[in-house]
Design a protein around this ligand. Structure first.
Ligand code: MSP
Length: 510
């Protein structure tokens, strides 16, 4: 069971063989939304991301560019770090597997597994895909020669390696899935993990002919298999992420590990077994998301259909990208990325539904009440109950890591408030002095409802949410969920009209 009040969340660490693209941004942004929601709840939160820099694939990518592996990883890792910085992502630490402290941490854990008797030497031959950094059997291959993930030719690799006795953990893995059915979510992914675990065989955890990696401590002729090195980042980071303070005790084990479906086997099967072997507590849960697709295909370097997220952020703003990804692609499933879809959600939802609602509310308060939000006459009990229900629904969706579901719940409030404007028609009430109380109620309910709505939306659109709060005359910075209770707004707030929250953007074709 997760520790209440604490939230340690991780993204996979990104390979530095390619430039960051929308697929990477997707995993990181979804995790950022989850981290921000938990911070809003007051949870002691730690959000980790970073880059995966060892292995043959990286060494080859560097060689192709005439760089040393270290030069190459320095360049590409910085691209990821800078881009996440430009996007204002809220990770607490950015790990690099070339960090000396990480390498020492990997060696220490391996020594523990070795001492436990679960590592042995043997000869292994298999079909190796450098893109996956993984072995396949004959049966796994497409047409007997291509990698099932990348459709690229595999290579026969045979060498003497160190092996991890993964097969010995089969029953313990199955018992873990039975004891903790939310260890892997969504539920159908747990079944996939179970199927893989049922058939596990021992795995090679070292490579003899690769030099770009962490040396095996008792046999430095070998380097640690890149996946083992990479998985351990989630554990090693806590020892040195915050300067001298080792925060392993405070945050271990992770409450949620977010990852794409292509790397389920490594995280749901190999990872917990490695931890069990080292005597380290396993994570509380993994959340497996789908792929961002373009023209029906996964974005990837291999298919050559990568999308650079930066131009979208430059044109529409980071909050628009965050919202589009969270809303368009149901978290846990595949979903499309298209310019038309992006433009549509931006203009119909962000600009029209939310932006106009704010603009109308603030303008009416200025016009009819001189800019002062009227005190709540207290006649809108039903609406207050509805808002309270929405807050609970958003929180419940986040409890299931349902990023898309929580967005939908929060958006229902935006739609309800737009409906309220039409129902109450404040412009009609304003013409009749006898209806001043009704007008006060309509305006104060709109201001209060909007305040709660943008507070709930803060994890998705932090900058826009803070601008909206400021124009409603409310404290804006990192609004807590406690403040999302109806009636929690600052009394006597003074609104201030600012430019549109989401300005209309001319489409290129126009
Ligand atoms: N380095 C490994 C992970 C090691 S974690 C201990 C790796 N790196 S990756 O850069 O190839 O992918 C990292 C993450 O990005 C994965 O979760 C992957 O699913 C995600 N995505 C890469 N392309 C994607 C899409 N097109 N759509 C959604 N996510 C995708 O695997």
């Amino acid at each position: 069971m997760p520790v209440p009040g604490r939230f340690y969340i991780t993204t996979p660490i990104y390979y530095v063989n390619a430039e960051p693209h929308v697929g990477h941004a997707y995993t990181t942004i979804m995790s950022d939304i989850l981290a921000r929601h938990h911070r809003q709840r007051g949870d002691d939160t730690f959000f980790l991301t970073g880059t995966d820099e060892h292995g043959d694939k990286i060494a080859r990518a560097a060689a192709e560019l005439g760089r040393s592996p270290q030069e190459h990883t320095d360049v590409i890792s910085a691209r990821f770090r800078d881009l996440w910085g430009t996007f204002g992502l809220s990770h607490d630490f950015f790990i690099r597997t070339t960090d000396a402290a990480h390498k020492a941490g990997v060696q220490a854990v391996l020594e523990r597994i070795h001492a436990a008797g679960d590592i042995y030497k043997s000869t292994y031959g298999g079909w190796y895909c450098t893109s996956c950094e993984a072995f396949y059997t004959e049966d796994d291959l497409v047409d007997g020669k291509l990698c099932p993930q990348h459709g690229r030719p595999v290579e026969w690799v045979e060498e003497e390696n160190w092996f991890f006795r993964l097969s010995a953990y089969r029953d313990r893995l199955l018992a873990l899935y039975d004891a903790n059915p939310t260890f892997v979510r969504p539920a159908h992914r747990l079944n996939e993990a179970r199927r893989i675990a049922e058939a596990v065989e021992d795995i090679s955890i070292s490579r003899a002919n690769v030099t770009w990696g962490v040396p095996v401590p008792w046999d430095p002729e070998h380097v640690v298999y890149v996946w083992v090195d990479a998985l351990l980042n989630y554990y090693t980071a806590l020892a040195y992420a915050i300067g001298d303070a080792d925060v392993t005790e405070r945050f271990w084990p992770p409450d949620l590990q977010v990852l794409g479906k292509d790397i389920l086997k490594f995280h749901a099967v190999i990872w917990p077994a490695l931890l069990m072997a080292a005597g380290i507590e396993v994570p509380h849960g993994l959340y497996i998301h789908g792929f961002v697709l373009k023209g029906g295909e996964r974005l990837s370097k291999t298919t050559g259909n990568l999308i650079d997220p930066l131009p979208y952020v430059e044109r529409f703003g980071i909050d628009a990208l965050r919202w589009y990804l969270a809303r368009e692609i149901r978290f846990g499933e595949d979903g499309p990325f298209s310019d038309e879809g992006f433009d549509g959600r931006y203009h119909s939802e962000l600009a029209n539904e939310l932006g106009n609602l704010l603009n109308r509310t603030v303008s009416m308060i200025e016009r009819y009440r001189g800019g002062d939000v009227p005190a709540d006459p207290g006649d809108d009990g039903a609406l207050a109950a509805e808002v309270t229900e929405r807050v609970a629904a958003v929180t419940a969706a986040f409890d299931s890591a349902d990023v898309t579901g929580a967005a939908e719940e929060a958006w229902k409030l935006v739609r309800r408030l737009n409906q309220l404007v039409e129902e109450r028609a404040p412009w009609t009430l304003a013409r009749d002095d006898a209806r001043a109380r009704e007008l006060d109620q309509a305006l104060s309910s709109l201001a209060e409802g909007l305040r709660v709505a943008v507070t709930l939306l803060w994890p998705y659109m932090p900058g826009s949410s803070e601008r909206a709060l400021a124009s409603l005359g409310q404290p804006a910075e990192s609004p807590s969920l406690v403040s999302a209770a109806w009636g929690g707004g600052v009394a006597g707030a003074r609104v201030a009209l600012t430019g549109p929250l989401f300005p209309r953007i001319e489409t290129e074709a126009a």
